[in-house]
Design a protein around this ligand. Structure first.
Ligand code: UDX
Length: 436
């Protein structure tokens, strides 16, 4: 099929490349000329495992092109809208101005029978509003909402082999929107991927609910880790034990510095704001507590650092391992790791932060911090090591080796991924979150 993808960020660039990989003829559009130039040259403007390979082969084959001109989307049968919906500057609601702008830009270029497919995460009610706009301004086209559940670090696999497909369609749709989308996702459909066809509001809520649930699960275990701390219990063993109950499940029960990134934090805030607008703020008031627990984890790590250094971090060298919000990504948006580094620096510590992929993005946001691209340089002479993003290379650090680099053997494991007994046996003072 001829497909356009409007917005080429973490979501759109992967979606465009994956659609071309599936054999479609794709044009990716973005207002950022630098991003488009990089993508057209076959270079992803961000780190995502597996993306360089499919981007390169699709651009080389001519099945995938990029442009800054939305007029180049004309002629596509399906237009995916994959622009960002960040948190608004002055409220906790989502800023959907980029979605609105993408729609306005597409209106003059919609062919007879074409389908616009929203992938961006939007407040419930947005699709109905945009459908009304479309009916008035471009009745030859129609709208479906198809939320995206990809995880950074696994984005290519999640797009090519999704665990479910959700199509939100208009009440007067005769089945056409679903059949077009089935054609787009034929490979996944043939592989038996569950597919749910529903109304606009449900499809928008599916995404809000999924992220709210995941965020709640993480804050739940972090709350347990606070109780573990004052009782001498071990939150990791606790998670293993409750995780064996299939109704609970072990995934997303890792206590630590908490969740971050461009999705979970802003999505729970936007969901709360939207529920309040709808007069049902009470129903999701618990999400505010989920957010509060989550942000408290960052302060807990800082408090542990202060305690580990005897009450003050002032002028003490601290190596911060990790700045991205999770491993296998260069994304530092709302990153707990970067926040911890900034908070420690604010207390007067000589922070040196390191990360396998995120240093450049972190430096752009926080140029006041000192960075090292090699972990060894951050560790040299440190009086405290703080692990806050569980990259494989940090999880597999050898305590004896690291012990020879640092000034003092003290470590805070902000992700509870190291074996305390091994580190303690090597002479380290080890502290985790909710671990004795
Ligand atoms: C998330 C959702 O998983 C995805 O379905 C949605 O489309 C977008 O938002 P992503 O932001 O890529 O994806 O990251 P995810 O893997 O969900 O992790 C989010 C955050 O939670 C990370 O900061 C991670 O470190 C943290 N986390 C995750 C924990 O603190 N503990 C856990 O047990 C799991």
């Amino acid at each position: 099929m001829r497909i356009s993808v409007i917005g080429c960020g973490y979501l759109g660039a992967v979606h465009a490349s994956a659609m071309a990989e599936l054999g479609h003829d794709v044009i990716g559009i973005d207002v950022d000329a630098r991003k488009i130039a990089a993508l057209q040259a076959g270079r992803p403007p961000f780190y995502e495992p597996g993306l360089p390979e499919i981007l390169k082969s699709a651009t080389a084959s001519g099945r995938l092109r990029f442009s800054t001109d939305i007029a180049d989307a004309a002629g596509a049968e399906v237009h995916f809208v994959a622009v960002g919906t960040p948190q608004a500057a002055d409220t906790s609601a989502a800023d959907i101005s980029y979605v609105d702008a993408a729609f306005r830009g597409l209106l003059p270029h919609l062919a007879e029978g074409s389908l616009i497919v929203g992938k961006s995460t939007v407040p419930v009610g947005t699709a109905a509003r945009l459908a009304a706009l479309l009916a008035a301004a471009a009745p030859q086209a129609s709208l479906a909402w198809n939320p995206e559940f990809l995880r950074e670090g696994f984005a290519v696999k999640d797009t090519l082999e999704p665990d479910r497909l959700v199509y939100g369609v208009s009440a007067d749709d005769d089945g056409r929107a679903a059949s077009v989308l089935d054609h787009v996702y034929r490979a996944a459909i043939e592989a038996g991927t569950p597919r749910i066809v529903t109304d606009y509001a449900t499809s928008e809520l599916v995404k809000a609910a999924a992220n709210a649930f995941l965020a709640t699960k993480i804050s739940f275990i972090n709350a347990m880790s606070e109780i573990a701390d004052v009782t001498g219990a071990d939150v990791t063993a606790l998670a293993d034990a409750i995780g064996h109950d299939v109704r609970i499940g072990r995934r997303f029960l890792n206590a630590g510095v908490g969740f971050g990134g461009g999705c979970l934090p802003k999505d729970i805030r936007a969901f709360t704001a939207r529920a309040e607008e709808l007069g049902r703020g009470d129903a999701v008031a618990f999400l505010k507590e989920v957010d509060t627990i989550n942000l408290r984890q960052r302060q807990r790590v800082v408090d542990l650092a202060v305690a580990a250094l005897g009450g003050s971090v002032h002028r003490k060298k601290i190596a911060v391992l990790g700045v991205t919000f999770k491993p296998e990504s260069d994304d530092v948006r709302d990153s707990p790791a970067l926040d911890v580094a900034v908070l420690l620096k604010g207390l007067g510590a000589d922070v040196v932060a390191t990360d396998p992929q995120g240093v450049e993005n972190a430096r752009e946001r926080h140029p006041q911090l000192e960075y090292a691209t090699a972990a060894r340089d951050a560790l040299a002479g440190a009086e405290l090591v703080v692990l806050v993003t569980e990259w494989r290379e940090y999880r597999s650090l050898d305590p004896a080796d690291v012990g020879r680099l640092v000034a003092s053997r003290r470590i805070i494991d902000g992700r509870n991924v190291l074996d305390p007994s091994v580190w303690r046996a090597a002479g380290w003072e080890y502290r985790g979150l909710g671990r004795p």
